[in-house]
Write a protein that binds this ligand. Structure first.
Ligand SMILES: Nc1ncnc2c1ncn2[C@@H]1O[C@H](COP(=O)(O)OP(=O)(O)OP(=O)(O)O)[C@@H](O)[C@H]1O
Ligand SMILES: O=C(O)[C@H](O)CO
Length: 523
């Protein structure tokens, strides 16, 4: 968590309004208006997955009967409700849960990032804070998203609460991204330091979150279903805010209430792949060998209800609704946008060219080769849920402005020592690519933002660009290619047009990866 935390100003703003276009002067003004629409659309996207709305959608309590409904299941509350939580968004989730559950909640423990309460207080975000006499105990830790002693203390308090429960009790578990680092309880003799070193090495060598969390689960008392096991025989309901592409419950925060399906062999393959097997500490070898001969097998989780209550898909569905209300033909392209940021930027730029040709009167247009190139690029990105063909068909006869939405988490291979984040870098690359071709009579805007409000180690959530970016930057003496070569997108956007293209929301209190918004509007 960055030292300088900012908080999203109240999301309630003037309602989104359609744009009315006219001649050249109106067009000039509409460039800014389009950016304002994109900003507001981004805020609506985030608004759909804020803790309050999410918890209210997931839970309902009948005050008279004390029946708690979660999806289609009912639980009888009678001074038997406990709560634990861990993750970057869990403070706000816990505040919303306590507000909803009131006196029914007996006790709770949560593990949240260092500095988060002070930041929320500073920004006056009361809805993200627990009330003064809350029954929930808060631990702050995991500075820089790394497991530390404070997070270990929190994990032990959470385990203690879970282990004390009986068959009459119900444990509500709040889970969000960052939960792995906030719930470290290594299986002895593995130490916290050894686990920290191993996860850092794996991450530095390029292990993805699935691989990283498979190892974390094998070495942890609480991950991979361990927390559910500790709470048995109590019933367990987990409410999960997903920060992983495809919403795999066993991966998010390393699945503390989901039985692990991974074997020791899976772990050894991963450790081999990243050249770490030979150098493993003796303690890690001991724990893996023990797991291999464990007669009980994986933790059983029959007493658990796991529910995804917030995700990128949910947030983008809201953005789609809002964009349609503004008169756009809106489509969600993918909620699994991943891969190298350079390829993702090329994909968006080519997409603009192909879709633009469908929207504007016959002119320069695109060639069949460009259509094919777009499909090839899409195939290279391997996006499991990509709706490209559908989107192209939908816009073919749209006769209206188009809004294409996507979400996910592209990756940046850091080469320079500049300041940036993957959203600002993606936007800058898209802007640079778009400037390379004439686009015809069409306004185009691309925005990329991290839904947590913090893009990399910067105070911005992301940035927006238009095809004019590179030429406008040149007039200010800024060379886009030089900034890109140093991964210095934040410095670029801070200087370009006085920072007007930066997306500043402050910390939002939620996190469902990134959102990409693409507007194409014929004149
Ligand atoms: N100078 C830079 N330019 C571009 N990207 C950067 C730069 N510095 C760091 N990053 C990227 O920022 C990311 C880390 O930032 P951030 O904390 O927002 O992402 P995260 O670890 O995925 O956490 P979260 O899921 O909470 O957003 C890494 O993917 C890293 O590659
Ligand atoms: O905590 C974690 O493991 C990551 O944020 C993925 O959920």
């Amino acid at each position: 968590m960055a030292a300088a935390l900012q908080i999203l100003p109240r999301l309630a703003r003037a309602p989104l309004r359609p744009l009315f276009l006219g001649g050249p002067v109106a067009r000039l003004a509409s460039g800014m208006a389009l950016a304002e629409q994109a900003r507001q659309l981004f805020e609506s996207t985030v608004g759909a997955v804020l803790p309050g709305p999410m918890l209210h959608r997931a839970l309902s309590l009948d005050l008279d009967s004390g029946q708690l409904k979660v999806r289609d299941r009912s639980f009888q509350l009678r001074q038997n409700l406990y709560l634990v939580g861990f993750g970057k968004a869990v403070l706000g989730m816990a505040a919303a849960a306590e507000e909803l559950l009131g006196q029914h909640l007996v006790q709770g423990v949560i593990s949240v990032p260092k500095g988060i309460r002070a930041a929320m207080e500073h920004a006056g975000k009361q809805e993200m804070l627990l009330k003064p006499h809350s029954r929930i105990q808060v631990f702050e830790g995991a500075e820089d998203n790394l497991p530390d002693r404070d997070a270990l203390r929190a994990a032990l308090a959470i385990r203690q609460l879970a282990e004390g429960l009986t068959a009459d009790d119900l444990l509500l578990v709040l889970i969000s991204g960052g939960g792995s680092a906030l719930l470290p309880a290594p299986i002895p003799p593995v130490t916290l330091e050894e686990k920290q070193t191993l996860t850092k090495l794996l991450a530095a060598r390029g292990a993805n979150i699935q691989e990283l969390n498979t190892i974390r689960k094998a070495l942890s008392q609480l991950k991979g279903g361990g927390l559910a096991q500790a709470a048995y025989p109590a019933q367990v309901v987990s409410l999960i805010l997903s920060d992983v592409v495809g919403d795999p419950m066993e991966v998010i925060a390393s699945g503390p209430t989901v039985a692990s399906v991974h074997s020791v062999q899976d772990c050894l393959h991963i450790l081999n792949r990243y050249g770490l097997r030979a150098a493993l500490p003796r303690s890690v070898k001991t724990v893996l060998a023990r797991a291999d001969s464990d007669p009980h097998g994986p933790h059983s989780c029959g007493h658990v209800l796991n529910v995804i209550i917030g995700s990128n898909a949910l947030a983008l569905a809201e953005a789609q609704r809002q964009a349609e209300a503004l008169g756009y033909r809106a489509m969600v392209l993918s909620t699994a946008m991943q891969g190298d940021v350079k390829s993702v930027a090329q994909f968006y730029a080519l997409l603009v060219r192909v879709v633009g040709a469908h929207l504007t009167p016959p002119g320069p247009g695109t060639s069949v080769e460009e259509d094919e190139q777009l499909y090839e690029l899409a195939a290279k990105l391997q996006l499991p849920d990509l709706q490209l063909k559908e989107a192209l068909e939908a816009v073919a006869g749209a006769g209206s402005p188009v809004c294409l939405l996507a979400g996910g988490e592209p990756t940046v291979q850091l080469q320079g020592s500049g300041k940036g984040g993957r959203n600002q870098e993606l936007a800058l690359r898209v802007g640079a690519e778009l400037g390379q071709w004439p686009l015809g009579p069409i306004d185009v805007l691309f925005l990329s933002g991290g839904t947590d409000g913090q893009d990399g180690p910067t105070e911005a959530a992301g940035a927006w660009v238009t095809p004019e970016l590179a030429s406008q930057a040149t007039t200010e003496g800024l060379d886009v290619a030089t900034f890109l070569a140093h991964n210095d997108s934040h410095t670029f956007f801070s200087r370009f047009q006085g920072g007007a293209h930066l997306l500043h929301t402050g910390l939002t209190g939620t996190n469902v990866m990134d959102a990409h918004i693409l507007f194409l509007r014929p004149w």
